[in-house]
Design a protein around this ligand. Sequence first.
Ligand code: SF4
Length: 455
Amino acid sequence: MDNRSNSSTIANQQRVLYVTLGCAKNEVDTDRMRALLRDAGFEDAQDVREASIVLINTCSFLASATSESIERTLELAEEVAEGARKLPIVMCGCVPSRYGDDLPEQLPEVAAFVKSDEEDGIVSVVEEVLGTPRSFAEVDELLPNHPLRTVEGASAYVKISEGCDRFCTFCAIPYIRGRYKSRVAAEILEEVRALVAGGVREIVLIGQDTGIWGHDLPGKPTLASLMRQVAHELREVHGWVRVLYLQPEGMTDELIATIRDTPEILPYIDIPIQHCSPSVLKRMGRKGSSEEYAALFARLRSEIPGMVLRSTAMAGFPGETDEDFESLMDFLEREQLDYCSVFAYSQEDGTRAATMDDQIDENIKLERTQALMDLSEQMGFAATAAHVGQRARVIIDGVEEGSDGIELIGHAWFQAPDSDGAVHIESGEATVGSVVTCEFIDSFCYELIGVIVDD
Ligand code: SF4
């Protein structure tokens, strides 16, 4: 049966406005819910005025993200209340997963709450809220037995796992997203093939702890083996794949060799270390030291020539002394990473670190965070400027208003989409979604100015 035409009638061309907050993993979840709802006959709305219902996919990684999610929901409720029709709001993702039972009373503006592990049932929830429910049999028929998502642009995130088993003492993710669960390779590869067929040329593999992918599956396949298979799918279209969120322990010999020896796998290494002081790392529930990380980075640099290195660092963890913080600054200054995200420690409900003694004074925390951010910018701006004069492949992401009118904008292989800056193309023609070679003629901050050249 053609689900689309049948369900279009059922849903009566209702339109859903999607609002996604938080990280790339949430964007993937929204894509999947959008695909399920489109399959059930719902169309996308561009704004509140043309929507029949609003779906907000929330983030609760930090207290500030939770507040932003709730504020944005209340803003939407206000926008909706000001409109001609009162629109229902459905809140999905991390905030309902974390605060589920308390929310209906606290947020009466929201019509329904959908936890992260309930998102496959989004069609039923939306129809229930809109008063057009269909039978379980009809919903079952709509649910595909293969991964389904929408395709937008030339880059796509693909989730390879859900949840996390590490329980770092500062992090609420394992409580929100549950224990680590790898997706099976066949499902991931089917999604990759569909994305490539839809025009995607860059696959970004994500998960909370990508290096251990497969350890919970029969036969214990490795991330390296998965990446080789994904690379194979991209070979014919000259695409590429990168992986984000590798914990230091995930850098196995096999993975290093695979990244080095497989042309479609980008030598872009993202290892969030958080800190390098052994005592801070121990209280974080993590392993390592500046010596161990320096040795790992040196090995990676020698075995994967020309690689780009990204990390994440946190300031102000409980008990962090001046010496601990100085050791982190010294380490990063010595290592000169290409990119480093910086976080101020945040006391998260329900985590072990939240109840630790020696919480750091807010002013000191802010000072340290600012110092880390300044260093991170200094390293990142220098790494970006170092590409001036070089040539590299660039994926064209779209067009935007530049200083001299409309310009093409894209990102080079060494820039992860949405994170690391962009390439502004000053001359040359290309279509959105194509891969071109650019020569970089200038830079500012994390941005590069490029011209399209022949290969
Ligand atoms: S590895 Fe640690 S910081 Fe990352 S999601 Fe898991 S618990 Fe959180």
